[in-house]
Design a protein around this ligand. Structure first.
Ligand code: CP
Length: 351
């Protein structure tokens, strides 16, 4: 059992199944769990904006009878005075029982976990990963489809910068017999490191340039927002905005039992009329986020978790300009134990 949740795949399939079952029981019997975390404190440290992730974590802890501290804007904390991540995490972890952190830099959650005396949950690290969204997505798919295999799954929109897509696809690589449709522009397609991992499995995948060409085949359509905040310029963002829009006309071409998911927030990629289609499940998906986060908090607080060890390297550096190691310069390079060419913080190539 690892102590932190940085990458969804830190959780074994069996452990995920337990969390999922607990989340479903909490959804059906919330009163049973009202005092599970009495006396415990959760810190929510959000260096980037959030509605769902931050508020659902706070709701989850309060519904379990615990308390919450934190900041939703680093400019209201001593980060604005230049305090580094290491010191912030070391101090806050001495105050609380569990930390949830969102940060704009890739690999920041792993870096935080190295300096924390308490479990750290990654609530999104730049364009890298968002494992608790994956918990939410998988539970919603299980509740709607009853399985995680034999599905045609379409990912549409900003597949390059969409951390929810990266986390969910990585989770699906542990299952067999799914077919993936990557519906995106060439510029915003799925990162190579994930395609390489996908090729090692027996799951099929295709690329599509329009929603229309695959709408009739898909069982689960995962729409995403074009991630404006990850572009180098507004001009580049505007070139990509509005290319994929799901509307009622396209929904007519879809299967009767399609489900449409979206991590939210949505901007203009789903026409507002689609909200009324019973196949649109994104609001239920967001609600499920509270139950899975309650189950996760209970799990991490109740287990005897082990500390991790790291493969440090003095000689190598990460090639990713958005990696946390480029900003927090005291961080030592950590080599991925499965593939020594890659950075453990952000999964990009080492140089
Ligand atoms: N899905 C998600 O991460 O939403 P927020 O950015 O509102 O937390």
């Amino acid at each position: 059992m690892v102590k932190h949740l940085i990458d969804f795949n830190d959780i074994s399939v069996e452990r995920w199944e337990k969390i999922h079952k607990l989340a479903v029981d909490i959804k059906n019997n919330p009163e049973k769990y009202a005092e599970e975390c009495k006396g415990k404190i959760l810190a929510t440290l959000f260096y980037e904006p959030s509605t769902r992730t931050m508020l659902s974590f706070q709701t989850a802890m309060l519904r379990l009878g615990g308390s919450v501290i934190g900041f939703d804007n680093p400019s209201n904390s001593s980060v604005s005075k230049g305090e580094n991540l290491k010191d912030t995490i070391a101090i806050v972890s001495s105050y609380v029982d569990l930390l949830v952190m969102r940060h704009p830099l890739e690999g920041a959650a792993m870096a935080a976990s190295m300096f924390s005396s308490k479990p750290v949950i990654n609530a999104g690290d730049g364009g890298h990963l968002h494992p608790t969204q994956t918990l939410t997505d998988l539970t919603t798919i299980m509740l709607e489809k009853g399985k995680l295999t034999g599905l045609n799954i379409g990912f549409c929109g900003d597949l390059k910068n969409g951390r929810t897509v990266h986390s969910l696809l990585k989770a699906f690589l542990r299952y067999k017999g799914n077919k993936f449709y990557f519906i995106s522009t060439k510029k915003l397609n799925i990162p190579d490191y994930l395609l390489e991992k996908l090729k090692e499995t027996d799951n099929e995948f295709v690329f599509a340039e329009t929603l229309e060409e695959c709408m009739g085949d898909i069982d689960v359509l995962y729409m995403t927002r074009i991630q404006r905040e990850r572009f180098d310029s507004e001009k580049e963002y505007l070139k990509q905005k509005g290319v994929f829009i799901l509307d009622t006309e396209k929904m007519e071409k879809a299967k009767k039992d399609l489900i449409v998911l979206h991590p939210l927030p949505k901007v203009d990629e789903i026409d507002i009329e689609v909200d009324d289609d019973p196949r649109a499940k994104y609001f239920e998906q967001a609600e499920n986020g509270v139950y899975v986060r309650m189950a996760l908090i209970m799990t991490l607080l109740s287990e005897n978790n082990e500390e991790l060890s790291y493969n440090f390297s003095e000689k190598r550096e990460c090639s990713n300009p958005k990696c946390i190691t480029q900003t927090e310069r005291y961080l030592k390079t950590v080599v991925d134990e499965d593939d020594r060419e890659f950075c453990k913080y952000c999964n990009h190539k080492l140089i």
